[in-house]
Ligand binder design. Structure first.
Ligand SMILES: [Zn+2]
Ligand SMILES: [Zn+2]
Length: 149
C-alpha cells in the first residue's frame, strides 16, 4: 500500500497529492522562512519531485537568493490566496519541500529535526526528543533543548 497525502491552498485554487513517505521532515527557523511564511517557523516535508502531483491552477513563483550562500530559493504559492505550498532550491535538485501546514492532515507526518535554530525566537522552546541544528542539518548538532539557553 502506498501512502498518499493531499494538501492545498487556503482558497482551494490549488491542490496536490504527495505519494509515499517523505525523505525527511524539518522544522525550519531561518529568517527566510520566518519572513516568507510570516510565522515563527515553517515545517517542510522533503519529497522527490516525481512523488508530487499538482491539480488546478499553476503555481506562482517568487525567487530570492540566499544571504549566506547566494543560491536561489523559490517560493511556490497560490496567486489568489497567497498560501505557499512548496519550496524549491538551487542546491536541492529534484526535491520539493512541501509545506506541512498546507497538508489536509499535518498530523499524519512527524518532524525529524529542527534546523536553523540560531534564529528561532527566544520564546520558542525546542522539543527535547528531536535533533536541533544551529544552521542546516549538515552542520553540527547544537542541542536538543531550548534555542537560547
Ligand atoms: Zn489559493
Ligand atoms: Zn528556512
Amino acid at each position: 500500500m502506498t501512502e498518499q497525502r493531499e494538501g492545498g491552498c487556503l482558497c482551494g485554487n490549488l491542490r496536490y497529492v504527495a505519494t509515499g513517505e517523505p525523505r525527511r521532515v524539518t522544522a525550519c527557523h531561518c529568517k527566510f522562512c520566518q519572513k516568507r511564511s510570516a510565522a515563527a517557523f515553517s515545517v517542510h516535508a522533503w519529497f522527490d519531485e516525481d512523488k508530487v502531483a499538482f491539480i488546478g491552477d499553476s503555481l506562482s513563483v517568487y525567487q530570492q537568493s540566499s544571504d549566506e550562500t547566494g543560491n536561489w530559493l523559490r517560493v511556490n504559492f497560490c496567486n489568489k490566496c497567497g498560501s505557499t505550498l512548496m519550496l524549491t532550491g538551487e542546491k536541492m535538485n529534484g526535491i520539493r519541500l512541501m509545506t506541512v501546514g498546507s497538508m489536509d492532515d499535518p498530523d499524519s507526518i512527524a518532524i525529524s529535526a529542527h534546523v536553523w535554530a540560531r534564529s528561532a525566537p527566544r520564546w520558542l522552546t525546542m522539543p527535547q526528543n528531536l535533533p536541533c541544528y544551529e544552521t542546516s542539518s549538515g552542520a553540527g548538532l547544537l542541542r536538543t533543548s531550548g534555542p537560547k539557553d
